[in-house]
Design a protein around this ligand. Structure first.
Ligand code: ADP
Ligand code: LRH
Length: 474
């Protein structure tokens, strides 16, 4: 792989650098570096270790060089909603407080005193999650208004890493929409909303779409790393990049399965109708100004925490295996209850809810895992029913992408419950979508339609059906 581009994909649980190149109409990938990502406690808050993450990005670039790879470009995506603020000298004014931190408790309600829920939804199309950037900023306004007033630049985390790489500051469109502060129709910062909230408008930067080229690495980094490359914006919101990789979006419901399960469809326009508001569906900005009409479901965060609570004694495949063996265990919980966002102990929280609802309490790792997977299945089914109700049509196919599509038990469960054809893959959908944005920007791919064709030629998917015939398909 001589000529390649480099995707930096950092999820809430782990990050990776993957090099990709186009060879005879197929996308070839080479994993360069992988690392864990965890919340760290800083003072009163749970934060992300942005310095550590930037070091991992640099390590990955160094490893490219060691392997003789000279990427022509690099693109960064991360999870959404989190940000930092910089002062006039581009120094950090805030830690990168994590969205699971409790600072946003009660903030949604405070914001609704200033702006009605309906207006917020009609203007932004974004779902109500208590951790959205709007509520994080409002919390900062309550606790440290002087910081907000002093701030000269608002940067989402990929924007910040891009600034560290290039010295250039911009806000990328897809991730900006996750703030709930971008107007879904003008695709610009909603200055009226910011005025109503009393939040300093001047710190928000120009919004640029995926595919924009930011420039080369800073000279100091070129000297340090011995490589130069173009920095290109992918859909910097990881889910935005992931959905680029869904080979066939028409008539397909996707599940982007990782720390969160994002269930939805792609649309050319935002759907801000009352039913979508009632069901709390979002319209996140996507590549090529498409919209992701989807619902956030608590996702595999729950099993990540369960794994941690059992001191990482079991791997993810082992937990799936144990859940399979606990086939008689039937208790189910509402996975979307906020109590699972950041409980002290996930296993105990699950056990408590089973007890409170007079169900059998899971006592073994297999029973706990079975309860999580079955309960996620219930929530998936409900979201799928809601999508079909809103669209007044039946979708025939479900495409599960991301790390979670390796969970065969969950894939089969979804096929059994929905009686739909379930396709699993690609696992590295987000990195692939990130690479595709770069390759389109560089003129190596024509457009997203061609990119999706190439993706479907390049990666094998696994099909699951209710009659339990698992097969590999191209
Ligand atoms: P994120 O990008 O949100 O950090 P990923 O897309 O990397 O998440 O997916 C991580 C999840 O994938 C894990 O929480 C785990 O549940 C699941 N997973 C990863 N590997 C496997 C595996 N071999 N078998 C089953 N599940 C897996
Ligand atoms: C998935 C994700 C999701 C957001 C959440 C904060 O990684 O970006 O789309 O809602 O993290």
């Amino acid at each position: 792989m001589s000529k390649c581009s480099l995707a930096v994909d950092i999820g809430a649980s782990s990050g990776r650098l993957i090099a990709g190149s186009l060879k005879e109409n197929r996308l070839e990938l080479e994993e360069i570096h992988r690392f864990d990502n965890n919340l760290t406690r800083k003072g009163h808050h749970f934060c992300w270790d942005v310095d550590g993450l930037f070091n991992e990005i640099k390590t990955g670039i160094r490893l490219c060089k060691e392997r003789g790879l000279h990427p022509q470009s690099i693109g960064i995506d991360t999870w959404a909603v989190d940000f930092v603020l910089l002062d006039e000298k581009n120094r950090l004014l805030t830690d990168a407080v994590a969205y699971r931190d409790s600072r946003t408790d009660g903030m949604m309600e405070e914001v609704f005193n200033l702006i009605s829920k309906e207006r917020l939804y009609l203007e932004t199309g974004i779902q109500f999650q208590k951790f959205n950037t709007i509520y994080q900023l409002y919390s900062l306004k309550q606790s440290n208004p002087e910081i907000l007033d002093k701030a000269k630049s608002f940067l989402m985390l990929p924007d910040y890493f891009n600034y560290l790489l290039t010295g250039k500051k911009t806000n990328e469109y897809t991730n900006a929409t996750s703030t709930q502060l971008v107007n879904a129709f003008t695709k610009k910062w909603d200055k009226d909303l910011l005025d109503l909230l009393g939040i300093n408008k001047d710190m928000f930067l120009e919004i640029n779409p995926p595919g924009s080229q930011l420039g080369s690495l800073r000279q100091t980094l070129v000297d340090e790393l011995g490589l130069d490359m173009k920095v290109i914006l992918p859909a910097t919101h990881d889910t935005g990049s992931a959905v680029v990789s869904v080979p066939e979006v028409d008539d397909t419901i996707y599940i982007s399965s990782g720390t969160w399960s994002l269930i939805g469809v792609e649309n050319p326009f935002p759907v801000c109708i009352t039913k979508a508001l009632d069901y709390n569906f979002t319209n996140e900005g996507g590549f090529d100004y498409q919209f992701r009409f989807l619902k956030n479901i608590m996702g595999l965060w729950m099993i990540q925490e369960v794994k941690r609570n059992y001191n990482d004694q079991y791997s993810f495949p082992e937990l799936v295996e144990l859940a399979n063996k606990a086939s008689n265990f039937q208790s189910k919980i509402n996975v979307d209850d906020d109590r699972f966002l950041k409980p002290e102990n996930m296993v105990e929280e699950i056990q408590s809810l089973c007890q409170e609802t007079n169900q059998e309490v899971p006592s073994t790792p297999g029973e706990v895992a079975k309860c999580v997977f079955d309960s996620l299945g219930v929530s998936y089914q409900q979201a799928i029913d809601q999508i079909e109700e809103i669209y007044e049509k039946e979708f025939k196919k479900i495409n599960i992408i991301g790390g979670g599509c390796q969970n065969k038990m969950l894939n089969q469960l979804i096929a059994d419950k929905t009686k739909k054809e379930v396709l699993a893959g690609p696992v590295e959908a987000t990195a692939i979508g990130n690479l595709v944005s770069q390759l389109i920007s560089l003129g190596e791919m024509k457009d997203i339609k061609q990119a999706r064709n190439i993706i479907s030629q390049s990666f094998e998917l696994t099909r699951f059906t209710a009659n339990r015939e698992e097969e590999n398909v191209k």
